[in-house]
Design a protein around this ligand. Structure first.
Ligand code: GCO
Length: 449
């Protein structure tokens, strides 16, 4: 057996998000978020599922931290529910909400697990949505107020901060395609949302620097590996547009201080309103980039392909199929994405803040899931990451999505992403085979091939 060793100090983590696991949606002073509102509307979520109870992590948090300790995690990435802390999004602070995260951070540190906090994993306060949400330029100040409060309370103990999780998903699934909260379908609003998310990120980084807090701060992007479906010029250009609209749209302003010009010409009237000085605020040095990688797609030109006139299909690597989300499993695509960051965006320090897969897990009579497919998936992606590191990519940690089976947004509870199974009828946590495998990887700081 050959062991592929990871660099000393490499972080081994797992990730979750508040709305997907916490439940307790209206307890202890918590306000309503756009996801509470959205899931309570009919026809938004598969099977009418909602996150009201989810994994009941709000009440089972100590037990969940023990689970993480048993796995040997060195870091845990989770998000804060903005509405627990500021029920109306701004103004009145709810101490009980802050206290919950304070206890979580302390419990993690006691278990030798470094906290990685995401400030915004999509659950914007509904009260702010009523003022226009991310389309309103005031959102920069709302987010700054929230960030400042949290830095003040937890900044002495949190090692890693991510401002936003996946601005692309918030903007396009939330404001252009209407399939995620707040359920709006308007491309102009989506591009304005991207711009304000980036500005509010910049502002939060500024506040973080001013406070001299000890941790690192960055942002988390979902990056996909896009390949042109054919060698034709139209498909090549379609693929370029898809790339510019995801990686380019975010990495260029963050690392180079401008937006992709060709894309913006294509967008015409849908371009966001940009004020002078905006790009300088966005283009601030960050300590790390968080990358979420799940899949690879082939892009082609399509007359009915929406604003960008593109369509895409999953591309599985030879011998690999698709996950139950229908995403093409392609470990080499992860290496391609990381090398793009190294070669074209100044080789930032990075964490793989999410990587994982949903499969139709089949529990045995004791509730145990022998999820060898997940193990194969994770192993192959870790080996791809290892190869990327060998070429000089500065990847310093890896977080499995997800610690627990949880509420998978519009797909409800059907997809199972966890290392640990959750029996929703009893809230029992049952580690899957992959959890034992991951514990071994962590303890050896290596993947066996
Ligand atoms: C995302 C989010 C997670 C998802 C995961 C699986 O990447 O969409 O960060 O909340 O649950 O990615 O879809």
């Amino acid at each position: 057996m050959i062991l592929q060793k990871f660099p000393t100090g490499f972080l081994w983590g797992a990730a979750t998000a508040a709305y997907q696991i916490e439940g307790a949606w209206n307890e202890d002073g918590k306000g309503e978020s756009i996801w509470d509102r959205f899931t309570h509307r009919p026809h938004t979520i598969l099977n009418g599922d909602r996150g009201d109870i989810a994994c009941n992590h709000y009440h089972l948090m100590p037990e969940d931290v023990s689970l993480m300790a048993q796995l040997g995690l060195s870091s845990y990435r989770f998000s804060l529910a903005w509405t627990r802390i500021l029920p109306a999004g701004k103004g009145q602070i709810n101490q009980q909400g802050l206290d919950f995260y304070d206890r979580l951070v302390d419990k993690l540190l006691k278990a030798n697990i470094l906290p990685h906090v995401t400030l915004n994993h999509w659950d914007l306060p509904q009260a702010l949505q009523e003022e226009g949400g991310w389309v309103n330029r005031d959102s920069i100040n709302w987010f700054a107020e929230y960030a400042q409060i949290v830095f003040e309370r937890l900044g002495d103990r949190v090692s890693f901060w991510s401002t936003h999780n996946e601005p692309w998903v918030i903007a396009f699934l939330g404001y252009a395609h209407g399939i995620f909260a707040p359920g709006i379908a308007n491309f102009s609003q989506a591009y304005q949302t991207i711009h304000h998310l980036l500005l509010s990120h910049g502002k939060a980084v500024q506040i973080f620097r001013q406070g001299n807090y000890p941790g690192e701060i960055g942002i988390v992007l979902n990056l996909e590996n896009y390949q042109p479906k054919t060698k034709t010029e139209v498909d090549r250009q379609a693929c370029q547009r898809a790339y510019d609209n995801l990686a380019g749209l975010l990495l260029q302003p963050l690392f180079q201080g401008d937006y992709p010009q060709q894309l913006f010409q294509w967008l015409g009237q849908h371009q966001p309103v940009i004020a002078s000085g905006d790009l300088a605020l966005i283009n601030q040095p960050i300590d790390f980039l968080g990358v979420n990688y799940y899949s690879t797609s082939a892009v082609s030109f399509h007359h009915h392909g929406g604003l960008l006139k593109t369509t895409s299909q999953p591309v599985s690597a030879p011998g690999w199929g698709k996950t139950s989300m229908g995403w093409g499993i392609n470990p080499a695509g992860l290496k391609t994405v990381l090398l793009d960051l190294k070669d074209n965006y100044g080789n930032p320090k990075m964490y793989l803040t999410e990587n994982g897969c949903a499969f139709p897990d089949f529990p045995d009579s004791r509730g145990f899931v022998a999820d060898w497919e997940r193990i194969n998936f994770l192993r192959a992606h870790l080996l791809a990451a290892h190869q990327a590191i060998a070429t000089g990519v500065k990847l310093q940690g890896y977080y499995v999505w997800s610690l627990l089976d949880n509420f998978e947004w519009a797909s409800g509870y059907q997809p199972k992403f966890g290392l640990v199974r959750v029996d929703y009828s009893t809230q029992q946590r049952i580690p899957k085979q992959s959890a034992y495998w991951y514990r071994e990887v962590i303890s050896q700081n290596a993947v066996a091939i």
